[in-house]
Design a protein around this ligand. Structure first.
Ligand SMILES: [Zn+2]
Length: 479
């Protein structure tokens, strides 16, 4: 490979405050358009912003979890641009003194630990949302003024896959520290990526392109892969000058990036200090106190669970990366289910039913329900096969395993006498299979097993059935 890819990521995360950054309006998602607004967040003349103190605490928490340094005195600035989603025609943001800077995060990419430096994390207000309806465009300012942090990495990611793992790691840290609910489908976590390619060994960077509209991890990876390919092809055909600094939009339906506009330089925004807000002073004690509040982070939890249970690392990682999955895992184990079994159910059936590796919304299965199901299988009350059917119903209906087992009469047939008579009947009715088996074609027993299952509607205890079949067939040879 002659080429090296250079990627930097910007992440916008809505902080999980109840009210907006400069006014008391609610941040609740999905309310009637423009119902969560006031003179401050729709920019009426004379309305003055007041900083929400909670915003500082959450931003600091995010930064401390990402090993950032704190600017003990920082300030807000105005970023001026005209667009209808911004009623004041400027966004209150931070320019030269961000609240946090110089951090890093370590995460795994294909079994190796990668360290990515974070240039800065700054505070800003979110913009409103444009809704295009036919020839009209409507505007909803409910989101306008919601508190955001923007995290900017150094251009140190070297592949779309690394970028994918990086955003996953950040999302997971934000969830563990509860600084943001990270609901990507509601836009509380959004990311943009800058990408350029250069020849290996080259010192400087080539022209970069910014990609917007990346609304899931997978889409981001796909968009970066396409853009990487586009740029490499242009360089290889001697048309590198066609790569210009611009913003491109990812069109997921067409599977390609499309040019949106030329990229603005910072001076286009005429940044200047926000005159309506005082500089923000942070005390050392505040930071020290917050450090104590940082919970166990995903990487630490992964290590702890590895030591505690010695399970498949890749699977444990999948569970740990998602806070909700990791809670389900730990609680189910606490309720007495075997850790290995719990892990299997979560990474197997649960994730399959959720049809994604990014859990959206709540998990419809509780730890109590999952533990009960696992124990019912262990006790031999139901077979694994029936267990998986029950799991699907639990997932769809929220019912407890025990309720479904009783409703559907699914208790496994484990009574030896009952099974014996069924096995005898099956053997009597299938002399050919028995002859095959006794002639050395051992797989014939699978067919007979199937017949027993059919007879019992899948409720025969498989281990016991197998023992009985083997015993009965031996009897057939030497009656
Ligand atoms: Zn407001």
């Amino acid at each position: 490979m002659r080429w090296e890819t250079v990627i930097g990521i910007e992440i916008h995360a809505e902080l999980s405050t109840k009210s907006k950054i400069f006014c008391g309006c609610s941040t609740e998602f999905g309310e009637f358009p423009n119902s969560n607004t006031c003179p401050v967040c729709i920019g009426l003349p004379g309305a003055l912003p007041v900083l929400n103190e909670e915003v500082i605490q959450l931003a600091l928490k995010a930064g401390l979890a990402l090993n950032c340094k704190v600017n003990f005195v920082n300030k807000m600035d105005r970023k001026n641009y005209f667009y209808p989603d911004l009623p004041k025609a400027y966004q209150i943001s931070q320019f030269d003194l961000p609240i946090l800077y110089d951090g890093y995060v370590e995460f795994e990419v294909d079994e190796t630990v990668k360290k990515i430096n974070i240039n800065r994390i700054h505070l800003e207000e979110d913009a409103g949302k444009l809704i295009h309806l036919g020839e009209y465009t409507c505007i909803d300012y409910n989101r306008g003024g919601v508190a955001l942090i923007e995290l900017v990495t150094e251009p140190e990611l070297r592949s779309p896959r690394e970028a994918f793992q990086f955003v996953k790691a950040i999302k997971s840290i934000f969830e563990y520290t509860e600084v943001s609910d990270c609901k990507m489908e509601q836009g509380s976590l959004r990311f943009d990526a800058n990408i350029s390619v250069r020849e290996k060994g080259q010192k400087g960077l080539n022209t970069k392109v910014e990609i917007k509209n990346l609304n899931s991890f997978k889409e981001m990876q796909k968009a970066l892969e396409k853009e990487e390919k586009r740029q490499i092809e242009l360089y290889e055909f001697g048309e590198g000058d066609k790569i210009v600094q611009e913003t491109r939009r990812w069109d997921s339906a067409k599977g390609r990036t499309v040019s949106m506009r030329g990229k603005e330089e910072a001076h286009d925004y005429r940044y200047f200090p926000e005159p309506d807000l005082r500089p923000i002073a942070i005390s050392k004690k505040n930071v020290a106190d917050l450090k104590k509040e940082i919970p166990e982070l995903p990487s630490e939890k992964l290590e702890r669970l590895q030591v505690q249970f010695n399970l498949n690392k890749k699977e444990v990682k999948t569970v740990v990366e998602d806070k909700k999955l990791s809670l389900l895992f730990e609680e189910t184990v606490k309720k007495g289910a075997s850790a290995e079994k719990v892990l299997n159910w979560i990474v197997g059936d649960l994730l399959r039913l959720m049809k994604t590796d990014e859990v959206k919304g709540d998990i419809p299965i509780s730890a109590t329900a999952l533990a009960e199901l696992i124990n019912s299988i262990e006790n031999g009350d139901i077979s694994l096969k029936i267990g998986r059917e029950i799991f699907e119903e639990m997932f769809a209906t929220n019912k407890m395993a025990r309720v479904i087992i009783n409703e559907r009469g699914l208790i496994q047939v484990s009574s030896k006498e009952e099974l014996e008579s069924i096995v005898e009947k099956i053997i009597e009715n299938n002399p050919k299979s028995v002859a095959d088996y006794n002639a050395g074609r051992k797989q014939a027993i699978t067919y007979l097993m199937g017949q027993v299952m059919k007879e019992t509607k899948g409720q025969a205890n498989p281990r016991l059935t197998m023992q009985l079949l083997e015993r009965e067939m031996k009897n057939q040879i030497s009656p």
